[in-house]
Design a binder for this molecule. Structure first.
Ligand code: MF3
Ligand code: CO
Length: 248
C-alpha cells in the first residue's frame, strides 16, 4: 500500500532530508586519503547529535553503524571500520535520519584524490541516471517510467545497473511501498500521484551488474570486482511537480 503524504508531512520530510544533505556534505568534505571510514561515521553521528535527529540506519535490521561507506567494488551497505581511504578510491556514502517521525535518505559517490577516468565516467552516468529518473516523477506517468529512464542512461553509457537492490517509498518508515527497480520496461506499476514520496537510488557497476554479499552479512560487492557507484535522492510529487527533498 502506497501512503500518500499531505503538504504538512512533506514539509517535515523536507526538513529531515535537508539535514541528510547537510550531513552528507559535511562527511564528503572529510573524505581524503588516510581517513578511516569509521571517522566518517563518527562525524555523521556528531552532526546528528548537534541537530537533535536520529540516525536512521543504526539498528535497522541490526545494521551496526549510522552511515554506509562503500569503497570501490562495494556497491552498498559497506560498514564503516578501520579501513583507511586511499588516493584513487571511489566511495559511496549512504545516509538517513529520522526527524519529527519522518525519514530522510540520500546517497552520493565521492572520488578520493585522483581516480581513474572510467570511475569518474561511472559517477557521472549514475548521477545523470538519478536525475533522469526524477524527471519521470509526474502525474500521468507510471512507476516503471522511473526505472526505465535510469536503466536507459546507465546502459547507454555502457555500464551495468544493479538488479538486487531497489529504491523505495519513504515517510514514517525508512522503507515503504512501492519498490522502485532501476531497470525494466516503462509504463508499468502504479500510476504516480500527488503525495507520493520516493527514494530513487540507482546503483551501478563499471562491469557486470551482478553482486554478492560479503560474510559480514551486509556489504554488497560487484562479482567481477569492478567499481560501483550509488546516488540517491528522496523526492515528493506535489501539485506543482516533483520536489527534490534531499538537496541543500
Ligand atoms: N539507502 C539504503 C536503503 O534504502 C540505506 C539502508 S542501509 C541500512 O536501503 F543499513 F539501513 F540498511
Ligand atoms: Co534508500
Amino acid at each position: 500500500m502506497i501512503l500518500l503524504k499531505s503538504l504538512k508531512e512533506i514539509a517535515k520530510m523536507m526538513v529531515a532530508n535537508r539535514i541528510v544533505a547537510e550531513i552528507l556534505e559535511g562527511v564528503k568534505e572529510k573524505v581524503r586519503p588516510g581517513i578511516e571510514t569509521q571517522e566518517l561515521d563518527e562525524l555523521a553521528e556528531e552532526m546528528c547529535r548537534q541537530r537533535r535527529v536520529e540516525p536512521a540506519f543504526k539498528g535497522y535490521r541490526g545494521y551496526p553503524r549510522s552511515i554506509c561507506v562503500s569503497v570501490n567494488e562495494e556497491v552498498v551497505h559497506g560498514i564503516p571500520g578501520t579501513r583507511k581511504l586511499a588516493n584513487g578510491d571511489l566511495v559511496s556514502l549512504d545516509f538517513g535520519v529520522k526527524y519529527d517521525g519522518y525519514y530522510g535518505d540520500a546517497a552520493i559517490t565521492v572520488a578520493v584524490g585522483k581516480v581513474a577516468p572510467e570511475a569518474l565516467a561511472l559517477m557521472e552516468a549514475t548521477e545523470k541516471s538519478l536525475y533522469a529518473g526524477i524527471d519521470q516523477v509526474k502525474v500521468g506517468n507510471h512507476l516503471t517510467d522511473i526505472s526505465h529512464a535510469v536503466q536507459t542512461v546507465v546502459e547507454g553509457a555502457g555500464f551495468g545497473v544493479v538488479r538486487d537492490f531497489v529504491g523505495h517509498g519513504i515517510g514514517r518508515s525508512l522503507h515503504e511501498d512501492p519498490q522502485i527497480p532501476n531497470f525494466g520496461p516503462p509504463g508499468r506499476g502504479p500510476a504516480l500521484q500527488v503525495g507520493m514520496t520516493l527514494a530513487i537510488e540507482p546503483m551501478t557497476a563499471l562491469g557486470s551488474h551482478k553482486v554478492r554479499i560479503l560474510k559480514d552479512g551486509w556489504t554488497a560487492v560487484t562479482q567481477d570486482g569492478s567499481y560501483a557507484a550509488h546516488y540517491e535522492h528522496s523526492v515528493a510529487l506535489t501539485e506543482n511537480g516533483v520536489l527534490i527533498l534531499s538537496r541543500l
